[in-house]
Design a protein around this ligand. Structure first.
Ligand SMILES: Nc1ncnc2c1ncn2[C@@H]1O[C@H](COP(=O)(O)OP(=O)(O)OP(=O)(O)O)[C@@H](O)[C@H]1O
Ligand SMILES: [Mg+2]
Length: 140
């Protein structure tokens, strides 16, 4: 279990540290309330991974695909609006997860009975308007 205090000033370092902690893992589940900073942290992780396209919030698309400079895809999911398991199954979520490419998932609690370890759990808690506590661990 790893703990960080995240601010917008140290977000680069925290994102780098998270990636270095789990070099073998590609699937990351981001838990936290609305506005906790899930998308903000994912944007920084994507930046560290040399994403060349813009990173946006996929709330309306459910899944966004980005490409790194090395031509690797990164998948960013937002399951907030999911109502039925079948929607996620139809999306082919298991194929993405098993692809070995990075998958960053917001609102995994909507579907986490469908998601099988190994994955990295990242929990974000708002401590104050500017600070967040980030707790992460590997579920294997
Ligand atoms: N330390 C911090 N870490 C992350 N975001 C912060 C921090 N401090 C302030 N913020 C701000 O909080 C907001 C977080 O919004 P963000 O869209 O990342 O949340 P989210 O968890 O993805 O929400 P949603 O559940 O709606 O998708 C942003 O406006 C960001 O600038
Ligand atoms: Mg978000």
């Amino acid at each position: 279990m790893n703990n960080f205090i995240l601010t917008l000033d140290n977000i680069e370092d925290i994102a780098e540290a998270i990636l270095e902690l789990y070099p073998q893992e590609s699937v990351y589940l981001f838990y936290g309330e609305m506005g906790a900073g899930k998308t903000t942290l994912i944007k920084e992780l994507c930046h560290q991974l040399d994403v060349v396209s813009g990173v946006t919030s996929p709330t309306f698309a459910i899944i966004n695909e980005y490409w790194t400079q090395q031509q690797e895809p990164i998948y960013h999911f937002d399951f907030y609006r999911i109502e039925k398991d079948q929607e996620v199954i139809d999306l082919g979520v298991h194929d993405y997860i098993e692809s070995g490419h990075y998958c960053f998932i917001e609102w995994p609690e909507k579907v986490d009975h469908l998601l099988k370890p190994p994955y990295v759990v990242v929990k974000i808690n708002q401590l104050s308007p500017d600070t967040r506590e980030v707790v992460c661990y590997l579920e294997s």
